[in-house]
Design a binder for this molecule. Structure first.
Ligand code: SAM
Length: 299
């Protein structure tokens, strides 16, 4: 329930497309256009690579991030929709599925993270949204993406094409109740509980399907919903069914901002972002890692 929360002004965010540029050269270009660099690079740990803030004379604040722009401070700005691809962190050369891909923001981020080296197979069942995605991807320079118009639930996990998939992103349709414009116009409260529970059933089935791929090492689940039914309840219910094979990976252990709702057993493994606390959209992320064979699951 986000009722009564005033929506703060959140910064604008940019992500550097590492296929086309680097953070250093992007900063140089911005400085050449009279943006003043007021931030600093930070390499506190591998995942926390850089946080840069630049100001214009007109006092517009722009937070420019490398592939990852999380700060260790809960009040520092983060771009929530960049978190799922980072949590998945596919390595260059790997095979990745974006199961619910259109319009492709996270697909292009995944392609950037693997430096366009490997495969990103992007599914969506909505042809119109795929059309938008084709245009957006065209500007990204990514050549490693295969766009497929197909319901991901009909993709056979043991098919020859799917058996080497190591990473899967599941960013399914959700109520969108965390989107700032929905919070401002009250739309989040307009979503009926029936609709939320229908979405929850779909989200559980698509997440479970992703976990059936034989070589998958990591699956990240994300929504822009504020409802526990679409977030913690989905993650916990699915984990209760796959706990012999998977465990939660704590997302960004150094993150001091909000975690999952405390009444859930694995709340500290999740990320739950809110405009008021984290200066970002409402967002939820959970990460499933396959337990390596031979590892004692109780340890
Ligand atoms: N990941 C996208 C991005 O970052 O730009 C946003 C995805 S949006 C939240 C959810 C998408 O899932 C929609 O485009 C919808 O058409 C698609 N979708 C819903 N059910 C699906 C299914 N069974 N198989 C494939 N795509 C599906």
């Amino acid at each position: 329930d986000s009722g009564g929360t005033s929506v703060p002004t959140i910064p604008r965010y940019m992500r550097v497309n590492l296929i086309k540029s680097s953070v250093e050269s992007t900063i140089e270009s911005l400085q050449a256009e009279d943006w003043e660099f007021v931030g600093k690079f930070r390499q506190d740990e591998v995942l926390f690579e850089v946080q840069v803030n630049v100001l214009t004379n007109a006092s517009i604040t722009l937070s420019l991030s490398l592939s990852l722009s999380l700060s260790l401070s809960p009040l520092a700005p983060v771009q929530a929709s960049c978190i799922p691809a980072h949590a998945l962190s596919p390595t260059p050369g790997s095979s990745v599925i974006d199961s619910c891909a259109a319009p492709g923001n996270k697909t292009s981020h995944l392609a950037s993270l693997i430096r366009d080296d490997g495969r990103v197979i992007a599914f969506d069942r909505d042809l119109k949204r795929l059309g938008t995605m084709t245009r957006l991807l065209g500007t990204s320079g990514a050549t490693c993406v295969e766009l497929i118009h197909q319901d991901f639930l009909t993709v056979e996990p043991s098919s020859a094409d799917a058996e080497d998939i190591q990473y899967i992103l599941v960013d399914p349709s959700c109520s969108g109740s965390g989107m700032l414009h929905n919070q401002t116009n009250g739309a989040s409260s307009d979503v009926s509980m029936d609709r939320i529970l229908t979405l929850k059933r779909f989200q559980i089935s698509i997440l479970k399907h992703a976990l059936r791929f034989p070589s998958v090492r990591r699956v990240v689940y994300s929504t822009c919903s504020v409802h526990r039914q679409e977030n913690e309840e989905v993650a916990e219910e699915v984990m209760s069914q796959v706990a012999d094979e998977f465990r939660f990976r704590k997302i960004f252990p150094a993150w001091e901002g909000s975690r999952g709702l405390e009444q859930f057993p694995h709340s500290e493994f999740f990320l739950r972002l809110s405009p008021a606390q984290d200066l970002t959209q409402g967002f939820f992320v959970a990460c499933f890692d396959r337990i390596p064979t031979g590892v004692d699951q109780t340890s």
